[in-house]
Design a protein. Sequence first.
Length: 569
Amino acid sequence: MITDQLSEMMIRSGRVGSSELEQALGIAEESGRVLTDILIEEKLASPRDIAMTYSELLNIPYLELEENFHLQRDEFDMIPESIARRYCLIPLIKEVDVSITLVMKNPLDMDAVDTVRSLTSLEIHKAVSTEEKIKSIIDKCYKEEAYVEAGLQDIIDVEAAADEGGIEADIGDVDQLLVHANDAPVVRYVNLLLMEAIRDGASDIHFEPGENNCSVRLRVDGSLHPVTPPPKSLYQAIVTRIKILSEMDIAERRLPLDGRFKFKFSGRVIDVRVSSMPLVFGEKVVMRILDKKNLVLNLEDIGFEGQNLKRFNEILAMPNGIVLLTGPTGSGKTTTLYSALGILRSPTRNVQTVEDPVEYLIEGINQMPVRPKIGLNFAECLRHILRQDPDAVMIGEIRDAETAEIAMRASLTGHIVLSTLHTNDATSAFSRLRDIGIPSYLMAATLRLIIAQRLLKTICPNCKTPYQPDVADVSWAASVIPDASSWNYQHGAGCNQCRQSGMKGRRAIFEFLEVSPELRNMVHEEVDDMTLRRKAIEGGMQTLVENALHRVHTGETTISEAITKCVAD
C-alpha cells in the first residue's frame, strides 16, 4: 500500500513519468528488489527526488545535511557506528533524555526504528535525507570521533607517565622541550584541537596557564567556550609545538611573540595567526583561525537589506569619496569591507588595500601589509599606493591624522576610499576625526557614507521556539518601538547543535548615515554630534537599536541579545 502511495506521489509531483515507473515496477516484481533502489540505479529518479517524496508522503522533514553539518558527542554515544551504517541513519537529539530524530535513507524501515528504540529507550521522530549525504556524515563524524578518542587516550597515558617519572622539561632545557613538542600525543592534541575549532566555526583558540592546571577555550560566535584542557605537564610542550609550527623562537619566553602557519583541512587551506604573551605561570597563546570558508562576501548574507543595500551599492559605484565603517573591535567591520571589495573587484578597476595584517587573500585585489618594524606604516603605504594608479583604496584602519588626511586627499583626487574607525555610533565619527586633527572642511568635502555596525547572535534554528521575555525587557523595547509589546518573541531552548546556548551564528546590524548636503553644511560649521544625530534621525536614519529590534521582531534574535549589544538612544 505504501509503495502504491509512493508511486502515486512521485507521478503527481512530476518526479517520475508513468512509463518510467511501470518499467521500475516490472523490474521490482521480477527481482524482488526495493522499488526506490531500482529507480535510483536505473537513473529514473534522483536520490533527492525519492527523499523529497518520502518527506511529502509521511509529512516528515527533509534535511539537506550541508558539508559543515556535524553530530555532537552526545549523539555519537547513542548509536554505534555499525548500527548507523547498517540502517543508513544518524541520530539528532530533539529533547534531551526524552526523544531523538532519526535522519534516515528509508523512513519506512521499522526494523531500524525498533533497533534504535531498544538501544536508547527514547521516543523516536523521523526525518529523511539521501543515502550519500547520510553516509558522508557517518564517514566524517565517526572517523573524527575515533581520532578524538585515540588522542584523548594518548593524553591520559602520557599524563600517567608524567606522574610516574615526569616529562615536563626544565624551563631552560630547550632541547628537551623540542623533543616533547614532537611527541605523538602533543602533535595529536594540537591537530585535534584545530580540527574541533574549525568544525565548530571558532575564530580563536586560547591557551591559558594556571599555577596547577591550564585552560583551553574556543571563541565561537563572539563568546569563549571551555573545552577539555591537556594536563599541566603537557602545557609547555604544546605551546612549544605551536611555536615551532609558527616559526617562533622557542627559547624566548620573556617577550610577546607573533607568528603564523598554514595547514590543510578537508581540501582547503586554513591560515592561523599566533600570538604568545608571558604571564605569571607561563606563556598564554592565542591562535586566530582564518578560514576563508567562513568569509562572507555577500552583503545580503551579512545583513544589508532594502534601501540601505541599494544605496551602499550606488555609493560604491561613485568615482570618489570616503566610506567609513565604525564600531568596536569584533563588530564585523573588516568582513563588511571585504564584501565591499568583492563588489569593487573588476578587470576594469585597480583595487588596492593596506592592511595590518592581511587576513584573507582575495583574488583580483592588490593587498599590501604594513610593516611598522621597517617604517612601513599606513601613511607610508598610502603614499606609495597613490603612485600605483588605483581606482579604489581600502585602508584597514584610520589611526592617526596623517593617514586620515592622505586618505581624504586621495578621495578628492578621484578615488573611492574605504576604511574603519573606532567609534560607538555613526555621527561620532565626525568628532573623532576632528579630535585627531582633521579640519571640518575636509570631512565635509569627502565623507559620503558612515556605517556603524554590531554583530548580534542569531537564534539556533534547530531549537527555535516561542517564548515570553521579561516584562522589563519588553518595556525597554516598547520605549523605542511602541508596538513591541504585541510582538511574538522567539528564543533558542538549547540543543547540542548550539552547545545548549540557544544561539548559533551572527548577523550584523547597522546605523546607515549618508552624508546629505544639509549634513555636509552642518559638519562644515562644526555642529556637535548630538545635533547631527538628531538631524540624521529626522532624515530617516534607522539607529542601531531600531535595527536590532527589527531583527527581534522578525525572529532572528532575542530581545536580551539586542539589549546586550545596544544602548537605547
